[in-house]
Design a protein around this ligand. Structure first.
Ligand code: GAL
Length: 682
């Protein structure tokens, strides 16, 4: 099961992030009134305000937030209360320096930024538990509070931890996992380069080494450990809050960051998951040349992933202005229409709550250029006008609240392979390219997909709802996952596997059986040889019927079993004529084995071959520049058409539909304004 969501919004809701501690109290009332007038009914507060509650160790005071929350109650503003553990106070880290995180070379991360703590120092766990208990006791029943946010962006900015407390906890984690050092030595292959451990005291979190490399099997376990540490830290807080909060109040956290099994965290700790969406990041804020893929539209890839954690998620921080810190990031201001477009992007992908970061741009500190809705002078501006415009539309979209996202296929992922990509450059190169290639094909050719994570508790029903699964490069594969994939295919599903499949065990060691290892029964193929494509040779293609098919980055040189159809063969280099794409009937379904990585164009060919490309082609005809998302509920479908460009785009509506904004029936040629969005009901 991917998600265990226990809270859903029952109407489309708009919010913002507010920091009462940043403003003179005389501004609070008019700020709240202006928000309500704009349609903002919920605010998130307090996630960095530990010192306001505990200015000195053990001295608690609630007067400041009591006053603010009373104003919220009076004005009718609803509140999501943050636990303030992302920014431990100066008194805490100076008295208990073991709380501070370290870099791999041992440098201490000092007070002055945020998230400078580690999850494993017992004293930090104790002090966090105490402040959360105090907040729960004091505010658990507060009528204005509708939700709680744990910490802020768990694993953001820093997602590796090298303090002494981490090493101590890592040893415990390994003892629980392996029991004995013999087992650990075996799993980590420590006989290589004479790394054998004879005492647990010799085992550390990764450390600085001459060539910067760390034993890859140790590193894989280390990422598993970091994830477990983060989840435990979250659970420590949610377990406490659950004792105090009113019935119906939800617990969440925000963002989606690496080295963290977000799915497990959601299932074990949260009622609902929220994401922070800043599409400008795709432009490469530190250096324009870093810009990624499809620009702001690229953010839909993250939203696809968020949906896998929690199908009806919220956006805790939706970008409302230019992004920038005083020391880095130089983001452009959203063009007229973009703020609304990005909000619609979130809504189209499943967000029923959208909260802007932040109400007003901060006048002090690191984030003076992280622009909010209002600017420093608080005047009405075009961003506020756009927020109001979005709200007018969001209200009309109320019937869509709780509607599901429709996907033509699913991309399968899992955390072992995700973390192996961090460790393994070969794995990373194909995986990252394929994820992008599949995303681009889905976007440009209007074939929406979901992401499904294979987890310990995954069931056939999680997979069987998709006719086609692409599991791009499961280098690491376990028996249980293989069994599930077999069951999926047996009941009629189509599974597509890419190159580099099945050659590692769960420790990340290479298996000594022919590739694709445990998956060979499914694919019916054998991969006796493989190679990166050579920069000294022209790009590799294959022949796929009458068409050419790209074979970028890596090529598995496959042999097809007798009952396997060869759909494409390589055209070039010393392996011309060798199978590159095969199809194997398995149970009532089939398995396609693509011996290379997925690109925009070969993914398109595969989707077309399987008959699932452009599933809405009989309803709309769209240019590549327009994104299509579809949500559905109670027999109704809503098509979201999103134009990410600065020029108008023409689309053709092939059957009568109702425009949710203007209420009119539309058919035939329809124009989307620059950065415009339309929602059509049918
Ligand atoms: C988010 C974070 C916010 C704010 C914003 C702008 O990642 O949650 O607190 O820092 O970025 O930097």
């Amino acid at each position: 099961m991917n998600s265990k969501q226990t809270f859903q919004w029952n109407e489309m809701t708009m919010g913002t992030c507010y920091y009462p501690e940043h403003w003179d109290k005389s501004m609070w009332k008019s700020d709240l009134e202006r928000m309500l007038e704009a349609g903002i009914s919920t605010i998130r507060i307090a996630e960095f305000a530990w010192s306001k509650f505990e200015p000195l160790e053990g001295e608690f005071t609630f007067a400041f937030f009591d006053e603010f929350l009373e104003l919220c109650r009076k004005t009718g503003m609803k509140v999501i209360m943050g636990t303030p553990t992302a920014t431990p106070p100066a008194w805490l880290t100076s008295k208990y320096p073991e709380v501070l995180n370290r870099r791999i070379d041992g440098t201490v991360m000092e007070h002055g930024g945020r998230r400078h703590y580690n999850y494993n120092a017992p004293i930090y766990q104790e002090l966090c538990a105490r402040i959360v208990t105090k907040l729960g006791e004091h505010y658990g029943q507060h009528p204005a509070i509708v939700g709680w946010q744990i910490d802020n962006e768990i694993n953001c900015e820093v997602n590796v931890f090298y303090s002494a407390a981490d090493t101590a906890a890592f040893r415990k984690f390994l003892q629980d996992t392996y029991g004995t050092l013999e087992e650990l030595n075996q799993a980590w292959g420590t006989t290589f380069w004479n790394q054998t451990y004879t005492d647990w005291e010799q085992v550390f979190v990764p450390r600085h080494t001459p060539s910067g490399n760390v034993n890859p099997h140790l590193e894989l376990d280390y990422y598993r450990f970091v994830s477990e540490s983060a989840i435990r830290f979250c659970r420590l807080q949610t377990d406490i809050l659950r004792r105090y909060v009113r019935k119906g109040v939800y617990i969440t956290t925000n963002g989606m960051f690496g080295n963290l099994d977000n799915h497990k965290m959601e299932k074990e700790c949260l009622d609902v998951y929220t994401y922070d969406s800043y599409p400008s990041f795709a432009y490469g804020l530190d250096s324009p040349s870093d810009g990624e893929g499809l620009g702001d539209r690229q953010w839909s890839r993250n939203l696809n992933e968020v949906r896998s954690i929690c199908p009806h998620f919220g956006i805790m921080e939706q970008q409302s202005g230019a992004n920038g810190w005083n020391n880095r990031m130089e983001g452009p201001a959203p063009r007229p229409g973009q703020l609304k477009l990005w909000s619609m992007q979130s809504l189209a992908h499943g967000a029923d709550y959208i909260s802007y970061f932040r109400w007003r741009t901060c006048t002090m500190g690191t984030e003076i250029y992280w622009h909010g809705i209002l600017d420093y002078d608080s005047r009405d501006n075009r961003k506020l006008a756009e927020v109001k415009e979005f709200r007018a539309l969001q209200k009309k979209l109320n019937p869509i609240c709780g509607a599901d996202y429709e996907a033509a296929f699913a991309v399968v992922k899992d955390y072992d392979n995700e973390w192996d990509c961090t460790v393994d450059a070969w794995h990373r190169r194909v995986s990252y390219a394929s994820e992008q290639g599949i995303f681009e094909a889905s976007e440009l050719y209007h074939t929406p997909y979901d992401v499904v994570y294979l987890q310990k508790d995954s069931e056939l029903s999680d997979l069987a709802k998709y006719p086609v699964l692409i599991y791009p490069h499961p280098s690491l594969i376990r028996e249980e996952q293989t069994a599930l994939l077999k069951a999926y295919t047996e009941q009629g599903g189509t599974l597509i596997l890419g190159c580099r499949s099945g050659y590692k065990d769960e420790n990340g060691q290479c298996v000594q059986i022919p590739q694709p290892g445990l998956l060979a029964e499914l694919t019916g193929t054998d991969v006796p040889e493989w190679t990166f494509t050579s920069l000294a040779e022209p790009p590799v293609f294959g022949s796929f019927g009458e068409e050419k098919m790209e074979a970028p980055i890596f090529n598995d040189l496959m042999k097809a079993g007798t009952d396997v159809k060869v759909l494409a063969t390589y055209d070039a280099t010393f392996y011309a004529g060798t199978p590159m794409l095969t199809e194997h009937a398995y149970g009532r379904g089939k398995v396609l084995h693509l011996g290379t990585s997925f690109s925009r164009s070969n993914t398109r060919q595969l989707l077309q071959y399987l008959g699932i490309l452009e599933p809405y082609a009989d309803m709309v005809e769209l240019p590549e520049n327009v994104e299509l998302s579809v949500r559905s509920k109670d027999g109704k479908q809503w098509l979201f058409l999103l134009n990410y460009t600065s020029t108008a785009q023409t689309v053709t509506i092939k059957k009568p539909m109702t425009c949710m904004d203007c209420g009119k029936t539309v058919e035939g040629t329809f124009t989307l304004e620059p950065y415009g969005a339309a929602v059509l009901e049918c």
